[in-house]
Design a protein around this ligand. Structure first.
Ligand SMILES: [Zn+2]
Length: 479
């Protein structure tokens, strides 16, 4: 697979209370009768974790105590809890209990070779929830149906369906993944959102080639259906105009163009290029516009203007996908554990990915990578929410493993460990309006938990020292 930041695709109103349980309710409802009729519902046995130190991004390190998990939830926390007769008791002494992690940017159906292995890899690395930021529903729904079998352990999946694009569409009919769809008019945009809402999507994903009118139609229709929005900044718009209208922005892409001294002239030029390129293939038109503007915009930043752009993003989660953008600075294969992590992938992929170094052009994203890294502390200093996402499997992203790399790179770029933990727990839960049920270690929260050998707030790499993974109240890894 050829890595390309340009070609990567994917990149977020409150829906609080919309679904306090989990996963895509539309799909679940459709499946519920068939699945539940097929097998009696087995509640997992209660788990009592004794003398453990809970830690999450809101409370930090909590006093050492007992944590009782029952029926999929954290039932209670405190000293000397009484063990229910059927409970399994786990010794938590010297260990830390953290919320299960999220990857906010994955594509489950992008490459068919990954479909069988991806969910288990996520769980093995402690990723108990993912946001699927673009996938053809015809491919995605059978995958989700297989994940929700009662006998299968799988991460929670929140999905958007297709990339809602304009014209020419970037991932069109001739793209194997088949994930982009073209929308030329506001009426088409509104009707698509209505269809997706009926299909049970958890959010929508607006892509790069939409016109401002189509963008507005997506935004207003999504609000009607209480669907959060993840978006790329459309090339026909300014980041500061798009940001306040969506709930997450992906890859920090096209923000640099609005920070430039000549941002208005650049916008005019982009609109002319989009008009002139109507007959071109979407992927190549987009690449040529990025190439024409990205690096020079970064080199011509107007700090005052950029301050205004950053202020427009104060309530919009930024998912930088730093490991993807800054691959020149942090080549994945330079990690000492890269090849052993590759071993967990099917041979057809690992034999291809081991060649990654020969496919990478170390100069091509140098400027954009450095800029991405420099933006992390700037976002943090302004309290702009940051989410952890990888674009798995695009850009040699090993499922699960790459989320830990993303966290490490965010911290290396200047994010403190508490915010890094929030980026993979509280922030994604908030995007979906699920902050009252996921992302913390607290009574009443769903039991997606990691038992760690070391404190992740001391060193974010400790989030890899996983002793046990609990997903929906069940031990799915570790004994
Ligand atoms: Zn993506």
């Amino acid at each position: 697979m050829h890595y390309s930041w340009q070609s990567c695709g994917f990149l977020g109103s409150e829906s609080a209370g919309r679904k306090l349980v989990f996963v895509s309710t539309g799909l679940l409802l459709a499946l519920a009768s068939a699945v539940l009729a097929a097998a009696p519902k087995l509640e997992p046995l209660p788990l009592l974790i004794r003398n453990v130190t809970p830690v999450d991004a809101e409370h930090g390190i909590m006093p050492t105590q007992d944590v009782l998990v029952s029926a999929g939830y954290i039932h209670s926390m405190g000293e000397d809890l009484v063990a229910p007769t059927d409970a399994r008791v786990i010794d938590g002494r010297g260990r830390f209990l953290a919320p299960g992690l999220w990857d906010m940017h994955v594509h489950l159906s992008y490459d068919a070779r990954f479909i069988d292995v991806m969910p288990d890899l996520f769980l093995n690395y402690g990723i108990t929830s993912v946001r699927d930021t673009g996938g053809d529903l015809k491919r995605l729904k059978p995958i989700l149906a297989s994940l929700y079998r009662p006998d299968r352990a799988a991460p929670r999946v929140f999905f958007a369906g297709p990339l809602l694009d304009g014209s020419p569409v970037v991932y069109g009919a001739d793209d194997e993944s088949g994930i982009g769809q073209s929308h030329l008019t506001p009426a088409q945009a509104r009707s698509k959102v209505e269809t997706l809402a009926k299909a049970g999507v958890d959010f929508i994903k607006i892509y790069e080639m939409v016109s401002p009118e189509v963008f507005e139609a997506f935004v207003s229709e999504a609000a009607l259906h209480k669907l959060p929005i993840a978006a790329h900044v459309p090339l026909s718009m300014l980041a500061s105009d798009a940001a306040p209208k969506v709930q997450s922005m992906e890859h920090l892409r096209n923000i640099e163009m609005d920070c430039a001294r000549d941002a208005d002239a650049l916008l005019k030029e982009r609109r002319a290029l989009l008009k002139a390129g109507r007959e071109q293939a979407g992927m190549s038109l987009r690449s040529s516009i990025h190439k024409a503007q990205r690096d020079s915009a970064i080199q011509n930043e107007d700090p005052t203007r950029c301050e205004y752009v950053l202020a427009s993003m104060s309530n919009t989660i930024q998912v930088p996908t730093a490991r993807l953008n800054a691959m020149t600075q942090y080549p994945p294969f330079a990690q000492s554990d890269w090849s052993s992590a590759l071993d967990a992938l099917p041979d057809s992929i690992s034999s291809e990915w081991i060649q990654a170094p020969s496919h990478m052009d170390p100069t091509s994203y140098k400027v954009a990578g450095e800029w991405t890294l420099s933006m992390i502390p700037r976002l943090a200093d302004r309290n702009i929410p940051i989410g952890a996402g990888t674009d798995t499997p695009i850009g040699w992203a090993i499922p699960g493993y790459s989320l830990h790399r993303e966290l490490e790179i965010l911290v290396a770029a200047g994010l403190d460990t508490q915010r890094a933990l929030a980026a993979a727990t509280l922030v994604p839960a908030r995007f979906l309006g699920l902050q009252d049920s996921l992302g913390k270690v607290a009574p009443g929260y769903q039991a997606d938990l990691l038992l760690l050998d070391a404190n992740p707030l001391e060193d974010i790499r400790h989030s890899r020292q996983i002793r046990m993974v609990i997903s929906r109240g069940k031990v799915v890894r570790g004994q």
